[in-house]
Ligand binder design. Structure first.
Ligand SMILES: Cc1ncc(C[n+]2csc(CCOP(=O)(O)OP(=O)(O)O)c2C)c(N)n1
Ligand SMILES: [Mg+2]
Length: 330
């Protein structure tokens, strides 16, 4: 619990919701583990990323959205795609760059958009997505849609101008944006001590006159409660909220990065705060998670992922001539 936390977490998750969140968090972890394996087997070209340590933030935040809301996830937010309704199969096709994937084989990882689900995947250029999300929030307001836009950025990306320009505009125009900064201690090899000297990234909210909160990003209850308040505020027309979620990037920047620069003690300390272990403990303490439910989930998740890998491996890459089609909107 951090200093800028809103009044106590009152919105406790029901047993049913907690189980659903657990399912999505476990699915996220297993999916990303399978991506790492596929990458090492040479079955994925380009990059492969993992949000290990960030599952509670990605899943708990997106869980606050409705179907009509918009999601602009970053590279640690695979769980948010799943919660917003993206299928394991589509995400696998996408990671394996197949012609029948959402990006039709033009790109991998989360670099795709699915307008039917209102998911607009990440742009590589850090923070470039926030002005796009801001534009969608403006459109939502002008059309009186009442849709909320949720987007994310890393600690590193929060130093890019786009972040500040967007908050300046969203705050004065009271746009329905929820911006979550995933402070996972590093931007590639740069530790946060070399990135900013404010005590908390959420302190920056003061400069825009909007609420700013710092939350424990490994605690599903806290993530859900604070994001839900922010979503409700945005939907009421009261404007944006800045949420700093404190987590740890448990793996390297990408699969290619051994992260030798991360002190072992830091990783060991954060291992004890593994969001998956935390939610499991909570479920066991509340007598919701039995060994048989857990085994059932594991079986179901493993089968779903294996089936998706099979389908993706058997799906063809796009024909080369397609590279020049679908580049511009009609
Ligand atoms: C504008 C811009 N500068 C640099 C890069 C190269 N780059 C890609 S990811 C990354 C680090 C991102 O760190 P952070 O924002 O903390 O997110 P994390 O990967 O830790 O989740 C950098 C420097 C980029 N993609 N865009
Ligand atoms: Mg970071």
């Amino acid at each position: 619990m951090y200093a800028h936390h809103p009044d106590a977490v009152t919105d406790h998750l029901s047993d049913d919701k907690l189980l659903q969140l657990y399912y999505f968090m476990r699915l996220t972890r297993e999916f990303e583990e399978s991506i790492i394996t596929l990458y090492r087997q040479g079955k994925i070209v380009g990059g492969a990323f993992s949000g290990n340590g960030n599952e509670a933030t990605a899943v708990g935040s997106a869980f606050c959205l409705n179907k009509e809301d918009y999601l602009f996830p970053m590279h640690r937010d695979l769980g948010a795609h799943l919660v917003k309704g993206q299928t394991v199969r589509n995400l696998m096709l996408q990671h394996l760059g197949r012609g029948n994937s959402p990006a039709r084989g033009r790109d991998g990882t989360g670099h795709y958009a699915d307008a039917s689900l209102r998911i607009y995947g990440n742009i590589s250029h850090l923070a470039a997505m926030i002005p796009v999300a801001t534009g969608v929030a403006l459109a939502s307001k002008l059309r009186k849609e009442k849709s909320v836009v949720m987007t994310y950025i890393g600690d590193g990306g929060s130093n890019v101008g786009d972040f500040h320009e967007s908050l300046a505009m969203c705050s004065v125009m009271k746009l329905p944006l929820v911006l979550i900064v995933e402070n996972n201690q590093f931007a590639y090899s740069t530790p946060i001590a070399k990135q900013f000297i404010v005590e908390r990234i959420s302190d920056r909210a003061l400069g825009y006159g909007i609420p700013g909160f710092t939350i424990d990003g490994t605690d599903i209850d806290e993530v859900y409660a604070v994001c839900k308040q922010a979503v409700e505020r945005a939907r009421r027309g009261d404007g944006p909220t800045l949420i700093e979620s404190v987590t740890m990037r448990m793996h390297g920047h990408s699969v290619n990065d051994g992260a030798e620069y991360v002190p072992k003690k830091l990783l060991d300390d954060w291992k004890k705060k593994d969001p998956l272990l935390k939610i499991e403990k909570q479920l066991v303490d509340r007598k919701i998670l039995s060994q048989s439910i857990k085994s059932d989930y594991e079986r179901k998740i493993s089968a779903e992922i294996q089936e998706a890998i099979q389908v993706a491996i058997e799906s063809p890459y796009p024909p080369a001539e397609n590279a020049v089609t679908g580049v511009f909107a009609d």
